[in-house]
Design a protein around this ligand. Sequence first.
Ligand code: PMP
Length: 405
Amino acid sequence: MAFDVAVIRQQFPILSRDIDGSPLVYLDNAATTHKPQCVIDAISHYYSYSNSNVHRGAHRLADESTKAYEGARDTVARFINANVREEVIWTSGTTESINIVAHGIAQQLNPGDQLLVTEMEHHADLVTWQQACATSGAELKVAPINDNGELNLDQFQTLLCDRTKLVAFPHISNALGTVNPITKMIAMAKAAGALVLIDGAQGIAHGDVDVQSLGCDFYVFSGHKVFAPTGTGVLWGRQSLLESWPVWQTGGEMISTVTYQSAQWNQLPYRLEAGTPHIAGVIGLGAALEWLSRQDLDGMRLHEKALMATATERAEQFEGLRIIGTAKNKLGVLSFLIEGGHPADVGFLLDRQGIAIRTGHHCAEPLMNRLGVPGTARASFSLYNTLDEVDALFDALKKVRLMLA
Ligand code: PMP
């Protein structure tokens, strides 16, 4: 069916609520996305009819739960075109996924080695590597951006060398909306012999991730940014790498045999998944990606581009507004400052009018310092937002300007 935003919206119950009489205009999708009814139903169905632990039960409910839970793994593998389903590891989110990778490669890092990130990193993809360097003696290099918020590819290239063990960068910047040229960057990093991790927290919801053709080693994301429950996430990694790592956590499920003295580890994916998982959440994540796959993704992308283009045009014409992040290729995020108003005040005054945005440093404090701003007001769009909502944002901002005057 052709993309129809009205039909999409009907499937998200939360979008019909109001905020003190004003219709909710939810523009905080980079923080978290809403859930369609089918995801809510999948979770509710699991708890209502099949609630049971997975893998080890000898009864009908356990069978049903295991099928739904492992079926979600197949869905994710299909969605990102993983080579094999065993490469899909369940985590609690992007943050945990990155931490598992850092733990996995820690023993291979030595003093003199280098890790490379970018100036637009989310704290999850920065602090984790700072820590990996602190414990291993490796050095953290940071590839610079220009004032528009675009990576300088020449300098990125210059920073790559035979000591670079891993390169990590976001698919799309959560703070600026910059879409990075990840195919090119992966090829450059691979040519230097480095492992490559893509922080896909903001990229995954746009539905065109193919990890095999990208050629990266790890692609990580959170369920809650792609219409699925919080507390779920994915670490996709190359099987040979994941198999070679020390285990992440120990306990049930991740073992094959145990004696009082020692244990042997299970195969992938279970060797990196200790303990009872977030079964309902994983089933919800499977339902969310099934749902997204059924949409007209080309139509969705056109719609999302139209939202971005219209919001940018309106912002450029808006007196007293400064866009933060003016990369040529942007998606989903409009960060801005309003003359005479702290971002927190702008957010508060928009909320009074039913408009939900986010303000602050967006977990990218060094990036804000690099750009010389205290933080920004950030409107972020998803497939269910409308052009009318973009209008509503700027109409409300006019009132904010008057209130601040
Ligand atoms: N990286 C990016 C680019 C993000 O946008 C986020 C979430 N704001 C994260 C990492 C961390 O995700 P989570 O908090 O779900 O682990």
